[in-house]
Design a protein around this ligand. Sequence first.
Ligand code: GDP
Ligand code: GDP
Length: 437
Amino acid sequence: MKPVLALVGRPNVGKSTLFNRLTRTRDALVADMPGLTRDRKYGLGRGADRPYVVIDTGGIGEGLEGVAEPTTEQARLALAEADAVLFLVDGRAGLTVADQQLAQLMRTLNKPVHLVVNKTDGLDEDSAMAEFYALGLGEVHAIAAVHGRGVRRMLENVLAPFPLPPEVDAEEQAADSGIKVAVLGRPNVGKSTLVNRLLGEERVVVYDMAGTTRDTIEIPYERHGKRYTLLDTAGIRRRGKVFEAVEKFSVIKAMQAIDDAHVVVIVIDAREGLTEQDLHLLGYIIEAGRSVVMAVNKWDGLSVEHREQVKAELGRRLEFAPWMRVHTISALHGTGVGDLYPLIERAWASAFPKVSTNSLTQMMEAIVARHQPPIVGRNRIKLRYAHIGGSNPPRIIIHGSKADSVPAGYRRYLENRFREQLKLEGTPVRVEFKSSE
Ligand code: GDP
Ligand code: GDP
């Protein structure tokens, strides 16, 4: 489980600046996918050798009693789910009444709170921090989010208490105990119905395992002699028909499930089409580099015109992820549900391309011959060789001169051609460049 860090503070102290800095390394991965909305409030980052999730709680304002409190449901949920809180204050503005009110709220949280004094660029750190010790919140860190000063040191300190994630060989794990599948989506799209259908359709061997941390339950089962494991994060299986409590959508839970899963089945409701929240979720899946299959549910009872309309809309709005298989189902009637399995298998297999540097380089040469890289400035980009730099998600590393000035459009071209040639389906692929001069 990645530790979850929540950024809290009154407006203008630099939360979004720090957020961008903490998630910067990941930004580029989805930045050049036009059409994919990114939720700027949740992000993945890596620092001090470990991955983390960071949340900008944003909406902290004046509550009913004149006390600063999180005003949005998501901010409240974020605080509840955080493993550590970074409480930001402005070193230039000094201590304010709003800071003091927020400090009171921080004390009630019962979790590690780090006081982060921002905007200390050009200030004497010690004197900038001095007055904030009065808040009595323990650890105080001086940073300058704009320049990144002090951020690494702060991160090391904040992350130190959390265990390093275990090294898992996912490919081996899946070969051993089956592909781990997470069924995710907004409330009411039909996840629970689909999960019960996936488990109940066959005469499956199902055994409940004790709930681990954060309510994730792993349900191993077999289908046609093959093993799978369903990740039931939101208790979607138990919810069933008896009482249909409406689930609270938690981005953090979804992110943790994405992390734990080998393949995500993202469910959307055909009747509602693709919503912003669906796109956010998809953004996290892609950002995490996870294999994914989209199930368009509630396909039953739609008129022919309506179906055409939904298909056209999906085709248009999912142009940024042409590699994702989009499959229509009716979880209620079971139509199309079994077809999800080959797509899941395919998406997982695609995460581990097996190809030698030689063949990949030959492939690259053919792709480049068909369409040369553009001339950037005065320099002709020359791509020399390509090799696989990692799997799950597959990374293709291309070496050459001026390779790091390859524009995003050409990178996408390479990515799509490699994907076709390698027959990769259902996984994001990353093409990276290394310049040799
Ligand atoms: P938020 O409202 O808490 O999200 O604050 P923002 O991140 O939007 O920052 C508010 C203002 O403070 C912006 O003009 C930032 O450029 C500026 N700012 C943020 N961090 C720093 C910093 O480390 N030093 C200085 N000098 N300005 C900063
Ligand atoms: P969840 O909140 O995503 O787990 O959604 P549920 O599985 O609880 O389903 C929400 C509602 O949609 C329930 O009333 C289901 O009966 C209904 N539903 C689920 N799948 C389908 C489907 O394929 N077709 C139709 N017509 N209704 C469905």
